[in-house]
Design a protein around this ligand. Structure first.
Ligand code: PA5
Length: 429
């Protein structure tokens, strides 16, 4: 389902150390499934994977999706970090939701505090459609805490705009996804009578893609959320019986970290995987970077970044290894055309573009490993909902095991509070 290949560099990893860590990883995975790990109160995502969760009410989600599909051309999805990255990753990768104009367009906002994008979006959505009709807009606002500055301020701006844009009322145009009974967003949603969904208390944002946080906007966009969940659950079941690849990835990351590698460059040659890398980057960065430990999850999109970062990767300090994420079957392909003008690429006529991309990938793996950059390859079968669900399940379990190997609490994020505290002191004294 999800395959892991390792291309070692000539200096090689210590096989004995690897075997030892692999055994520890096996014990960690067992403990994780038995919920005997630090931060066990945050394992609501595992309940979803093993099918014990009652928090996922698919019929309510589908009813809301149907409603927004019927009254909206555009849905503004407001949230930051774990409140949007899984959704954005699924939409960017998903083959079935592409080019499907029967569903509302989803726009992600609230991920920063700059004004340009917001002004542009409000200007654009205020303009009429070519047929003279008004653009029908709704909002899904997602914040577990309900107190996140970016989400709260952008929601306030867009809510105010939405009230002017739809003067007949916005009550049926706002869906809030937040904590069940705490926080200002919960209070606001209940008072205003907005449709709302709960983010389970036992689930941190970065582990919440398979909860209403991801499932509501994805269902609105026409993604088959039943298959997404099925793929995740089948993968979790498969891992319980055959954990080889989860153990391999977690163990290799740990062994490489212990060997002195500080940076894990998450790279891809497949556009479909770009959003998945953003999601992994957050999952790993926020879960593992603490107590003076952790690999820095960098990101590169190839072959574009081979013409910039590629130089650093090839010849910079030997502190970086790569985790390359690929799709075995790309969602679309092209054939290089014949042409009567000579341009130096005649020999490639009639060859698939994917074959050239694959050659670039294989060449890069060879060049990087030979120069001392170990490469881990993660291969997803395709970009169907089932495969994407499997990918999310696989990586959440890898990070759960890695946290155990590192002896940290994978599920907290005390470090992100520091900037918020300073910002609030500046803003409010
Ligand atoms: O993974 C996490 O917990 C964070 O990235 C949160 O998702 C992010 O900070 C947004 O938090 P909230 O949903 O409370 O607005």
């Amino acid at each position: 389902m999800i395959n892991v290949e390792f291309h070692d560099s000539p200096s090689g990893i210590d096989q004995q150390a690897y075997q030892h860590v692999n055994q520890e990883a096996e014990a960690s995975l067992r403990k994780l499934f038995q919920k005997e790990v630090e931060g066990r109160e945050w394992l609501g995502w595992l309940d979803v994977l093993v099918g014990n969760s009652s928090d996922v009410d698919l019929s309510a989600i589908k009813a809301t999706a149907k409603h927004l599909q019927s009254n909206s051309d555009v849905v503004l999805c407001i949230g930051i970090g774990g409140s949007y990255l899984g959704t954005a990753a699924t939409l960017a990768a998903s083959s079935s939701s592409k080019d499907n104009h029967q569903y509302p367009e989803i726009r992600f906002l609230g991920t920063h505090l700059g004004g340009n994008e917001l002004n542009e979006v409000m200007d654009e959505l205020s303009k009429q459609n070519p047929d003279g009709s008004k653009k029908r807009v709704s909002i899904i606002v997602i914040s577990k805490s309900g107190s996140t500055m970016e989400t709260g301020v952008v929601f306030r701006i867009l809510r105010s705009w939405l009230k002017q844009h739809h003067p007949d009322g916005i009550q049926d145009r706002v869906v809030a996804i937040t904590s069940k009974d705490s926080g200002s967003l919960r209070k606001l949603a209940d008072e205003a009578g907005y449709q709302s969904f709960n983010v389970p208390d036992s689930m941190g944002g970065r582990f919440s893609v398979l909860s209403p946080v991801g499932l509501v906007p994805l269902a609105v966009a026409g993604v088959d959320i039943v298959s997404l969940l099925e793929g995740a659950r089948e993968q979790a079941k498969h891992i319980q019986q055959s954990p080889k690849n989860v153990l391999k990835l977690a163990s290799l990351r740990k062994v490489l970290m212990d060997k002195g590698f500080l940076i894990e460059c998450l790279s891809t040659f497949d556009q479909e995987c770009d959003g998945l890398i953003n999601w992994v980057q957050q999952l790993q960065g926020e879960s593992e970077g603490k107590e003076g430990k952790g690999l820095f999850p960098a990101k590169a999109f190839y072959s574009r970044d081979l013409h910039s970062l590629g130089q650093w990767v090839q010849e910079g300090p030997r502190v970086l290894f790569e985790t390359m994420i690929s799709v075995k079957t790309p969602s679309s392909d092209l054939s290089i055309p014949e042409d009567d003008q000579e341009d130096g690429f005649e020999d490639l006529a009639n060859k698939p573009l994917s074959w050239i991309n694959q050659s670039a990938r294989n060449g890069t793996i060879k060049a990087h490993t030979e120069d001392g950059v170990p490469v881990l390859e993660i291969i997803i079968q395709d970009t169907s909902e089932k495969s994407l669900g499997a990918f999310f399940a696989f990586y959440m379990l890898v990070v759960g095991v890695m946290g155990e190997l590192m002896e940290i609490n994978t599920y907290n994020q005390p470090g992100v509070e520091a900037y918020k505290k300073e910002m609030l002191t500046i803003l409010r004294g």
